[in-house]
Design a protein around this ligand. Sequence first.
Ligand code: FEO
Length: 172
Amino acid sequence: MLSKRVQEALNEQIRIEAESSQVYLAMASWAEIQPGIDNVTSFFYQHSDEERMHMLKLIHFVNERGGFATIPALPQPPITFPSIKHAFKELLKHEIFVSESINKVIDIALEEKDYATHNFLQWYVAEQIEEEALARTMNDKLELIGDDKGGMYLFDRDILTISMAAEAKHQK
Ligand code: FEO
């Protein structure tokens, strides 16, 4: 059974995962109308789907533990982005924020001696390590590319391979 405090913290995390999915969906839709970045577009759509999966996993956990997962209202995400580089910077910033928020929920679970929730959240800790590392890799590559169009062509060509490799590593 979840304590009220843990339930509230998990519901807040549900909101954050839902918001992440929405923000990355906005990036995907924006990227889709930019020329020549089809794989960057797919990356953002996939990332948005992943965040929805993170949200659903939390919803099921809360409900299965005798709590009630509430579905939140979401703010309007940014509609456009100044550049691809900017979008990826936002992605990294957002993932760092999500990691901090997971840590806060874990602190609360420990304070409430809720070891089941603590154990469940370890999956998110591992996922965040991977997502932050992936976002940093993308940002480093974009930094190297600068304004080089050929570099951006290669970035778009390789982005799905890079993210799939990171995902495979996480699932080992
Ligand atoms: Fe579910 Fe990328 O945080």
